[in-house]
Design a protein around this ligand. Sequence first.
Ligand code: TPP
Ligand code: MG
Length: 342
Amino acid sequence: MQRKNDPGERVAAMLRIRRFEEQCILLSKDGQFPGHYHVYIGQEATAVAACAELGTDDFVFSNWRNHGHLLARGAAPDRMMAEILGKAGGYARGKSGTLHMAVRELGVPATSALVGGSLPLATGAALACKRQGRGVVVAFFGDAALEEGACYEAMILASLWKLPILFVCENNSIPPAQRQRGQYTSSTLPAAQLVDVPQALQIRTEAVDGADADALAECFDRLVAEVRSEGTPRFVEVRCTRWPGNFPLWPELPCGQWQLDWAFGQSPDRADLATWLEQSDPLLLYLRKIVAAGGLTREQVQALDERARAEMAGAVRFALDSPFPAPEEAYQHVRAEQGATL
Ligand SMILES: Cc1ncc(C[n+]2csc(CCOP(=O)(O)OP(=O)(O)O)c2C)c(N)n1
Ligand SMILES: [Mg+2]
């Protein structure tokens, strides 16, 4: 787990997620795994800030953008990549794939690929935490979750029962100019802002700019501490702007892999990507800021990036070399053991 507020560790954690996701896109394009998948590029700073606050008694519940949440929680990229490829070396021996990946020993008991599906599971875990007197829960979900009834049931129970849970809504549909101003309209939710909804349920809320790694670190530091000390829920809306590579139905790498030079003067020659990088990329904006402030040198950043790339190349090799599970295993490990606990 990363040391809090260490710029090198924060940059390394974000770079690892970005380089992992790029490899997923390349493997998918190469036909190495079938089926849909989603990447966390552009939202890295959120998972990194949130998971930096968590310890071994705490739980994380995730959705289909789970790769970033899992890596920030300490999951091994080689076993994750093998899982995505459906290989026996994966965390679920190839049975979960990307959409249901979980690592119970790291406090990530489930990923739900249903919109809003993480919230009731996470709320149940928060009830368990309360009864056992230890641990807090972080539930990650997207903005569309607020269109699902399960989301309201979960928030109502968390509020009524005073459960130690932080609801993290990663709202990636916000244009850059509105991330700070806050007023935006949604065609599917008759509320001026998403945070108006949990507020009506007596849950204290906050909104934070998802492109600002420092603001996220400060916000999660405070909110997780409050959830822990007061044992009551909080809701944070992380306002981010969708990465252009996430607009097609299947993720694409616009202009190839992300380049460090883009943070220091050069621009990709695609206007939508260049604008997104300048206004909305939490990694690029943090790197620029920390290097200008003397917190890291460009050489140190370069070295961290090379390490992340090498680690992810190793993860790809491990995944490709891993065998597919044997057909006889098809019905093994698919049900909870009797008496299983969180
Ligand atoms: C209950 C349910 N309905 C529909 C879908 C199909 N679906 C997958 S992702 C998605 C949109 C999710 O948007 P959001 O929650 O904002 O997350 P984002 O992908 O933007 O991070 C939909 C409708 C689903 N997975 N589950
Ligand atoms: Mg969204």
